[in-house]
Design a protein around this ligand. Structure first.
Ligand SMILES: Cc1cc2nc3c(=O)[nH]c(=O)nc-3n(C[C@H](O)[C@H](O)[C@H](O)COP(=O)(O)OP(=O)(O)OC[C@H]3O[C@@H](n4cnc5c(N)ncnc54)[C@H](O)[C@@H]3O)c2cc1C
Length: 446
């Protein structure tokens, strides 16, 4: 049932979208002392899917800075290492424990996205912040009333209109806010056909096995296994967030060989099993000729498909248009950027966009109220340029990983052997383990 009847008629800030990023934006505004804001979302309840599974150290720092980390920390599992393997041989490790001294959080936190969102919603409720839903924004136009020239008229699918001075688009990849502001969203390297070979599609499943796979996930590790142009990621669910109390549930993500065609949007157990028997690590195989301790996927709690693409908005900020009035548009999260989930960066980066926007928005509101003659829009321009830079870096990082993962399928075997021998040699050094962890943690880019 729509709650739109009691929505206020005007607000200073409207946040469109209450995914993890929209909620982080609301928490950040509240932390800055801003109280006049409204959060709306098009769907009746948050999406109950695991999607992002890891929160990086830099994002844990940002959430902690606004006092919103405790609930999330209480159910996540602290992962010390991500191991990269080729088939059954070890290549290198990102060791987050080596970040001790650089961060209060020298680990990655595994927690399914739905649980992160649930904890954020709990915090919003505790602070008395309401998410209005289901309320879908359909247009954002400069107000035509003379007295409200500095506002947008934001129209909802119910036909109602809300006036807002600032509209924060946290409305995901297909952002209406971005589209209404006329901001383009494309691959920063002009790579618009998104052809990453087998890695053009990933399929994901939250699964339990007939018997515990004897694999390197024990001891709070994640494993990423490459094999002939494919990859398989395995991450154990935190017990406090697991859909099964009796046995370990794993997030399994794997590439889809090109010859398999388009993957089903909700892959079955048989589909995933076929893929891991084909190119997964030996320890996950159901074939006794390959795996001395064969195992099979026994139950699936959730499955999905992800089509790899990268895009960054041309700007994360649209100023008031000269001669037309209206308010300011700001973009955060997937509305501003998207890229492959390899490296688990997307949600973490989006939450940092949102948290960093809080103080800038507060400073802009204060400065506009004082009317000091200075140009407050410069703050938004600088914020947008910095956040775009961060997004470019993450897009480049994920593309580099995609490049390496794809190339290993095409390499001349002796060259591949040589490359992996070098990697294995380098991977033995502490500074390499630390540097890889540092790159993944986002700490270089807060
Ligand atoms: C299958 C899959 C796997 C993924 N795996 C990972 C991973 O391993 N690691 C990682 O970091 N990321 C991963 N991601 C990406 C991650 O889920 C996103 O980066 C994250 O959800 C972005 O959050 P967001 O709040 O910006 O957008 P969303 O989560 O998309 O939320 C947008 C919200 O806006 C609302 N909305 C949309 N339009 C309107 C409108 N017109 N009016 C009002 N409300 C609106 C929607 O209902 C939604 O609630 C994955 C994504 C998918 C699909």
């Amino acid at each position: 049932m729509s709650q739109a009847l009691s929505l206020p008629e005007r607000t200073t800030v409207l946040i469109v979208g209450a995914g993890p990023v929209g909620m982080a934006a609301a928490l950040s505004l509240h932390h800055q002392g801003i109280r006049d804001f409204v959060v709306v979302d098009a769907i009746l309840a948050g999406e109950n899917t695991s999607r992002a599974m890891v929160i990086q150290a830099a994002t844990l720092e940002a959430l902690n800075n606004i006092g919103c980390l405790d609930g999330i920390l209480s159910i996540g599992v602290k992962v010390q290492e991500v191991g990269l393997h080729y088939g059954s041989s070890y290549l290198l490790t990102a060791d987050f424990s080596l970040l001790e001294g650089r961060t209060k959080f020298p680990f990655g936190l595994t927690i399914p996205q739905a649980k992160t969102e649930a904890k954020m919603l709990e915090k919003l409720t505790e602070l008395g912040i309401k998410v209005w839903r289901p309320i879908k924004v359909v247009s954002v136009k400069p107000s035509q009333q003379a007295a409200d020239q500095d506002c947008f008229d934001v129209r909802f699918d119910s036909g109602e209109v809300l006036k807002a001075k600032y509209v924060v688009g946290a409305d995901g990849v297909r952002s209406v806010v971005r589209e209404q502001a006329g901001i383009s969203y494309k691959d920063p390297h002009g790579d618009d056909n998104h052809d990453y070979g087998n890695l053009s599609q990933l399929v994901l499943g939250d699964v339990a096995f007939t018997s515990e796979p004897r694999i390197f996930t024990q001891g709070n590790k994640l494993s990423l296994t490459l094999s002939a142009g494919n990859m398989v990621l395995l991450a154990p669910f935190p017990p406090a967030a697991s859909p099964d109390a009796k046995r370990t549930v794993y997030r399994l993500a794997t590439s889809v060989p090109v010859e398999f065609g388009t993957a089903p949007s909700e892959p079955t157990i048989e589909y995933l099993q076929r893929l891991i028997d084909r190119h997964g690590p030996m320890e996950l195989s159901s074939n006794p000729a390959i795996n001395p301790h064969p195992t099979r996927i026994d139950k699936m709690y959730f499955s999905s498909r992800y089509k790899t693409r990268s895009a960054v908005a041309e700007s994360f900020f649209a100023p008031r248009k000269a001669g037309q009035g209206g308010g300011f548009t700001l973009l955060v999260g997937d509305a501003a950027h998207c890229h492959s989930p390899i490296g688990g960066q997307g949600m973490s980066l989006g939450i940092r966009d949102a948290i960093s926007l809080g103080p800038v928005l507060k400073a802009h509101i204060d400065s506009s109220a004082k009317n000091s003659g200075a140009n407050p829009d410069k703050m938004f321009e600088e914020w947008s340029a910095t956040r775009r830079d961060r997004a470019f870096n993450v897009v480049a990082l994920t593309k580099r990983a995609l490049g390496i993962f794809t190339a290993q399928g095409k390499m001349w075997p002796p060259f591949l052997f040589l490359m992996f021998s070098v990697l294995r040699f380098l991977g033995g050094f502490k500074f390499v383990k630390r540097n890889v962890a540092y790159r993944l943690s986002g700490l270089a880019e807060i």
